[in-house]
Design a protein. Structure first.
Lengths: 292, 319
């Protein structure tokens, strides 16, 4: 088709560009503002340029114990990522054939995705409160709480990341050619060998995508953490707490640091996916290239 | 799994036995249904422990009694009666919970309508006007990246723009359009809707785009060839075929806004009452049965909306 683009193309292109500006504009504004001078305020114009506010965050003299919250969020994010990847791939494999309770698992995942986060969060907190009461009543009066980052907090995050992981696995296996695996089995591979040497390398780029979803969703999670995380706070919770008392740009600096981690993870994951895809394209198949 | 090897085995046992040289003797095979359980079980357990059982607890606790500082595990409808307090006495005026839900539904409708409009055209542009796969990938990625960054940051990002001394106000004052800064730009219904649209249009774009790329381009050409105008093609071909995506996106956006309390809290300056916000307030006051009762009501209304919408389309088919 060599004819010119229709007028609607230009109208929609402008619309799309405006949408992208709408998406990124405000965020870029706070990234810039976090580099203000020590006298800087909450809005433009910039009052000098410095890394004063960013440095202040890392000195720990700022608003919250950022270092501890940062480490907690990072730990939780990594654990959530690993669990999400493993459980999603396993469940995705199960869905390739019929099994009982298939639709129960499917609808649980969908429901977990769309039931409002505050309800899930409240439910988990009630569940753990009741468990605590039971332990206190029957076993140990001095028991404090079973709620925590890697118990109720981890569970709350998984109810959010696992549905995404499962849906991505569906998308992967919709495009997956089962003959490849059958060929491996015909050549004598055990089920595990067929998975390890045939299936996994093919789906690996998308599996990294699941990891990316798992980490970033957890790293930025707020609504589900709010009631279920226990006594400690994650980084987004600290940030939310600050929004009501904000008076100087350190909140922007904190925002910039959190975003920087998100962007680093996104870049790393996308880079790896790109590399793996290239490698697959280069070495994946020698079909049609004659005998080697 | 029924591999071709099994079929071969039945068809000609000798053949397979002959190839057995290359492989170890097969260990007793796990039954396929057991393997499925092993694979899907862990995820099922997570949903059971952290989603299904908690939901049951929400329903149970909503019927418990409470006092100022603790839960009393005895049947009581107090969580509900407290919630609907004064609803009959104040008729025909709306009681607190009624007003809160009217506000929530209003926000919901506004955000839904705006995200649908933006999401539809963004998806349309990506699916039909961007021809090269690389560009399509790149531009989709551009829309996805903000979804992977923090929602709170994307909310507070509006402060320097919309605040009393923000860019918008100072710009408008400078150009002489207004004499004094607009107060309704930030910490208002306007800023809540703006932030919700900013955060969640993504959930509309993805499913609609997904439906649109599956539309056979020949159908659209056929419509044009048969003499349809661009508008007729849009209404009679594109929209019906994109309907599943539209419904799924709508379900996402509506359920998110129904349960939202963070965006409404932060962008509304903690002044706007919404369904999710009541739950949070009750929890902070340690009135768990009342919080649970509100959660049950919210769940019921959300469920009602979803059933109505999923009547229109079979979600399962679209994945």
């Amino acid at each position: 088709m060599t004819e010119g683009r229709p007028r609607s193309f230009y109208v929609l292109a402008i619309f799309f560009a405006a949408y992208v500006l709408f998406l990124y504009g405000p965020m870029i504004a706070i990234y810039i503002l976090s580099f203000q001078g020590p006298q800087g305020g909450l809005t433009f114009p910039m009052n000098g340029v410095s890394t004063y506010w960013l440095a202040k965050l890392f000195q720990g003299t700022g608003i919250v114990d950022l270092g501890a919250a940062f480490r907690r969020s990072l730990l939780l994010g990594v654990v959530v990522m690993v669990v999400t990847v493993v459980l999603s791939v396993a469940a995705g494999m199960a869905f390739r054939r019929k099994f009982k309770a298939q639709s129960i698992l499917f609808y649980s995942a969908i429901a977990s995705l769309i039931v409002p986060s505050i309800i899930t969060s409240l439910g988990i907190s009630l569940e753990f409160r009741i468990i605590d009461d039971l332990i206190k009543g029957y076993f140990n009066e001095n028991f404090e709480t079973s709620m925590g980052l890697l118990t109720s907090g981890l569970g709350a995050h998984l109810t959010w990341t696992l549905p995404f992981g499962l849906l991505i696995m569906f998308a992967i296996f919709n495009r997956f050619d089962p003959r490849l695996e059958e060929a491996a089995r015909d050549l004598g591979a055990t089920p595990w060998q067929a998975f390890r040497h045939v299936v996994l390398p093919i789906i690996l780029p998308s599996v990294i995508g699941i990891g990316l979803f798992g980490f970033t969703l957890s790293w930025d999670e707020l609504a589900r953490s709010s009631q279920a995380i226990g006594a400690v706070n994650t980084l987004p919770l600290d940030l939310q707490g600050l929004t009501t008392t904000v008076t100087n740009p350190d909140i922007y600096a904190l925002g910039t640091v959190i975003s920087a981690v998100s962007f680093a993870v996104i870049t790393l994951a996308l880079g790896t996916i790109h590399m793996l895809n290239k490698r697959q394209a280069a070495k994946g198949s020698d079909a049609g290239k004659g005998l080697v | 799994m029924d591999t071709s090897e099994d079929i071969l085995q039945q068809a000609s046992p000798d053949l397979v036995r002959g190839s057995g040289m290359a492989r170890r003797t097969k260990p007793a095979r796990l039954s396929p249904s057991f393997v499925s359980w092993l694979q899907a079980g862990p995820m099922m357990l997570v949903f059971l422990a952290f989603f299904l059982i908690p939901l049951v607890f929400v329903v149970i606790v909503s019927f418990w009694d409470y006092n100022e500082y603790q839960l009393l595990p005895a049947f009581s409808g107090r969580g509900y009666t407290d919630t609907f307090e004064g609803c009959i006495a104040q008729l025909p005026d709306l009681c607190t919970i009624g007003r809160t839900y009217v506000m929530t539904l209003k926000l919901c409708f506004l955000v839904w309508a705006i995200t649908l409009f933006i999401g539809f055209w963004v998806a349309y542009f990506l699916a039909f006007h961007v021809k090269s796969k690389t560009w399509q990938m790149g531009l989709s990625l551009l829309c996805t990246i903000p979804f992977w960054t923090s929602n709170v940051i994307r909310m507070i990002a509006w402060i320097p723009l919309l605040g009393r001394n923000g860019l918008v106000n100072s710009g408008l004052v400078k150009t002489g359009l207004i004499n004094q800064p607009l107060e309704w730009l930030l910490f208002s219904e306007f800023s809540v809707v703006l932030a919700l649209v900013h955060l969640f249009t993504f959930f509309m774009v993805v499913p609609i785009f997904n439906s649109m790329v599956r539309i056979d381009k020949a159908l659209i050409e056929a419509a044009y060839d048969a003499g349809a105008t661009g508008f007729q093609t849009l209404v009679n071909v594109v929209i019906p075929l994109a309907k599943p995506g539209i419904v799924i996106g709508s379900i996402f956006v509506i359920t998110i806004v129904m349960g939202d309390f963070i965006t409404i809290g932060v962008m509304g300056g903690q002044q706007i009452a919404a369904a999710g916000k009541i739950i949070e307030t009750r929890v902070n006051a340690l009135q768990f049965p009342a919080a649970a009762a509100n959660a049950v009501i919210l769940l019921a209304i959300t469920f009602l909306i979803i059933t109505m919408m999923s009547r229109i389309v079979d979600i399962r088919k679209e994945l």
